[in-house]
Design a protein around this ligand. Structure first.
Ligand SMILES: Cc1cc2nc3c(=O)[nH]c(=O)nc-3n(C[C@H](O)[C@H](O)[C@H](O)COP(=O)(O)OP(=O)(O)OC[C@H]3O[C@@H](n4cnc5c(N)ncnc54)[C@H](O)[C@@H]3O)c2cc1C
Length: 397
């Protein structure tokens, strides 16, 4: 397993708990593993069920915020358009809410569990550089802690390396899709937006400056707000403290300055690998698909890949299935990536950034009607929380 991100750690734990030995290779070491930016953090109900299966949910729940409700706002109208309550999913999941808990906390807890598991050989500060495979085994080439070249052999290799996957590139698998010209500015603030009526998760449409606003547990509690930027804007100028204050004051004017805890700027890609498997090498998570964070689908769908793949590898290991199971993994999870994750995140961005007043009005009316009708709201939440994608994938032979 290459990469101790959320996908690599979940897959390693799910396999290890079924008595399969895993070597987990991670470039970061104990000294810098926790220095990573927090990144994704809205965990949907189906993902929480998966975390629970490996004993991870109990560790992260105290570090997160239970958020049953999320909002759509219209900034131009200064109005709350719709409030969606996951309570509508009470018969569909044991976890009818989203847990706001950032990637960094999830991987910190999961890494502790992996280190404690006798079936997982955790190799931190070990950089994967390439691999070879034949009909029976895979040989991974790494640079180990001592800076020496080393080879590690196994039955399969899984890329949980993230978007820049070496395995995907070595296999010459096309990463189909596109990259948005505008980058997203992310600002972290210590300020309680609930006093203005916001929920823990908010999607805010605006023809000029759409945004997302999310709450994270501290101390101190922080809120993250995303803004679009123009392609020609300078990175340093965008993140100058005065520019950040001006953005925030434009978003929600208040007396005194906002307490800004950090900011970053990132490029958003919408891409899916043409294949998720070549022989004994398999892609999962960001190495297989990347998308905009609007809707919180990247990390969630990557974790769903990990559990789907774990179930198949366990059956192959126990000789209950042959390797064609891995083609089914590709059929199921690639279908979800294209039809659900890509389609929904592209649609979400279009919805928030829509400029035509007539279309905006129609969108708002539809959101209102959907949130207020229990049947429509449940159908909407099944889609937005990726439960529908899992049910649909299960039907793919
Ligand atoms: C800056 C940033 C901000 C983001 N913000 C959001 C957000 O707000 N909301 C959202 O939904 N999604 C967000 N995402 C996406 C989300 O974080 C990913 O979808 C998710 O982390 C994917 O998990 P993964 O395990 O597949 O890969 P990753 O989390 O990327 O983990 C990959 C791991 O592999 C290791 N690795 C990579 N190459 C090697 C190598 N050669 N050798 C050994 N180890 C290696 C890395 O060090 C890392 O630990 C963000 C992504 C980025 C980059």
């Amino acid at each position: 397993m290459v990469g101790a991100g959320p996908v690599g750690l979940c897959l390693a734990l799910a396999l290890a708990q079924q008595d399969i030995r895993v070597c987990l290779i991670e470039a970061l070491g104990d000294d810098n593993f926790l220095d990573q930016v927090p990144r994704a953090g809205s965990n949907h109900p189906a993902t929480l069920e998966m975390f629970d299966r490996i004993g991870l949910y109990a560790k992260i729940e105290p570090r997160g915020i239970i958020a049953p409700i999320f909002h759509y706002w219209d900034r131009a109208e200064q109005a709350l358009i719709a409030a969606f309550d996951h309570a509508h999913l009470k018969d569909d999941t044991r976890f009818p809410f989203v847990l706001q808990c950032e990637r960094i906390k999830i991987i910190e807890e999961a890494l502790k569990m992996a280190k404690a598991h006798p079936n997982i050989d955790v190799r931190l500060q070990t950089t994967f550089t390439g691999f070879t495979q034949n009909a029976d085994i895979v040989t991974a080439h790494v640079t180990n802690t001592a800076g020496e070249s080393e080879t590690i052999t196994g039955r399969y290799i899984v890329s949980g390396e993230g978007a820049r996957s070496i395995i995907r590139k070595d296999l010459d698998i096309e990463f189909e899709g596109f990259t948005y010209a505008d980058r997203t500015l992310n600002i972290e603030i210590a300020y309680d937006f609930r006093r203005h009526g916001y929920a823990e998760r908010n999607y805010i449409s605006d023809p000029v400056e759409w945004s997302n606003l999310f709450h994270w547990k501290g101390p101190p509690d922080r809120w993250r707000v995303h803004f679009p930027t123009k392609p020609e804007e300078d990175e340093e100028a965008l993140q100058h403290p005065q520019a950040l204050q001006a953005r925030l004051q434009g978003f929600l004017p208040k007396a005194g300055e906002y307490e800004i805890c950090g900011s970053n700027l990132y490029t958003v890609h919408q891409r899916v690998a043409k294949r998720f498997r070549a022989g004994r090498a398999i892609l999962a998570g960001d190495s297989a698909h990347v998308n905009s964070p609007i809707g919180a689908m990247g990390m969630n769908s990557g974790i769903h890949d990990a559990f789907n793949l774990a179930d198949k590898l366990v059956r192959i290991w126990r000789r209950e299935a042959d390797e064609s199971e891995l083609n089914r993994y590709e059929r199921q999870r690639r279908h979800v990536a294209v039809t659900h994750t890509q389609a929904q995140t592209i649609r979400n961005k279009r919805l928030l950034a829509e400029q035509d007043p007539a279309v905006r009005k129609r969108n708002n009316e539809e959101l209102r009607r959907t949130a207020e009708d229990p049947k429509l709201a449940r159908a909407f939440l099944l889609r937005s929380s990726l439960i529908e994608s899992l049910r649909e994938a299960e039907q793919i032979a």
